[in-house]
Ligand binder design. Structure first.
Ligand code: MTE
Ligand code: MO
Length: 202
């Protein structure tokens, strides 16, 4: 990504839009904490499929092999967790969300998306926030297979929202007309989760 030009990225303190790179109330950590409410699943279920359903012109399902056969991209982005840690310069490799959106073609009535994990975790977001340049279905982090505790072998990464919107152990996207709260959104976390607006709780 060319966002930060040629300078060393960690020295950059402002985003291209002029906002501070570190959102208000966040501190930087080099470590990568693990936050999961459920037990870490040790491998992909045998019958795993990525399920694209709801208000789309072409609903479809992908097997693991079919997902891996889609075009790959690599994106470097920052993590901001609602519990106030941020981690800069995570390099994600995987399938860009637009590879999915272009095939599915969300209908005009689709305004929201529920993201599903096979562990039953869910998180909701507006389609406009999912359909973004740096949203990726990640299978590698910093050049290595994504570890199970961090959502391996496959998770979503939505870097412009707090990290609870980035579902680990991903297995589906459900396109919806009406918004509906996901797992943490039902338990007091903010429905939208913009770190620069400090949308932490509601
Ligand atoms: N399936 C699932 N995805 C999840 C979570 C979870 O509990 N289960 N926690 C969310 C929260 S609150 C955060 S901060 C990040 C943590 O990701 P990490 O453990 O890789 O740091 O995953 C998000 N995705
Ligand atoms: Mo979190």
């Amino acid at each position: 990504m060319q966002l930060f030009g040629r300078k060393s990225r960690t020295q950059i303190e402002k985003l291209p839009d002029g906002q501070d790179r570190l959102p208000p109330g966040q501190y930087l950590t080099a470590k990568w904490p693990v936050l999961s409410y459920e037990r870490t699943p040790q491998k992909l279920p045998a019958n795993w499929k990525l399920k694209i359903k709801g208000l789309v012109e072409y609903p479809f399902e992908l097997t693991w092999e079919e997902l891996l056969a889609l075009p790959r991209t690599t994106i470097t982005s920052d993590i901001h967790c609602v519990t106030t840690w941020s981690r800069y310069d995570n390099t994600w490799e995987g399938v860009h969300i637009r590879e999915i959106l272009q095939r599915a073609k969300p209908l005009p009535g689709a305004k929201f998306v529920m993201v599903h994990s096979w562990t039953d975790y869910t998180t909701n977001l507006p389609l406009v926030d999912l359909d973004d340049d740096d949203v990726i279905i990640a299978i590698k982090h910093d050049g290595k297979e994504l570890e199970a505790e961090h959502g391996g072998p496959v998770r979503l990464v939505v870097p412009r929202l707090y990290f609870y919107k980035s579902a680990k152990w991903l297995d589906g996207f459900e396109f919806m007309e009406q918004d509906r709260p996901g797992f943490w959104e039902q338990r007091g976390y903010h429905n939208h989760a913009d770190p620069w607006q400090e949308e932490r709780y509601w």
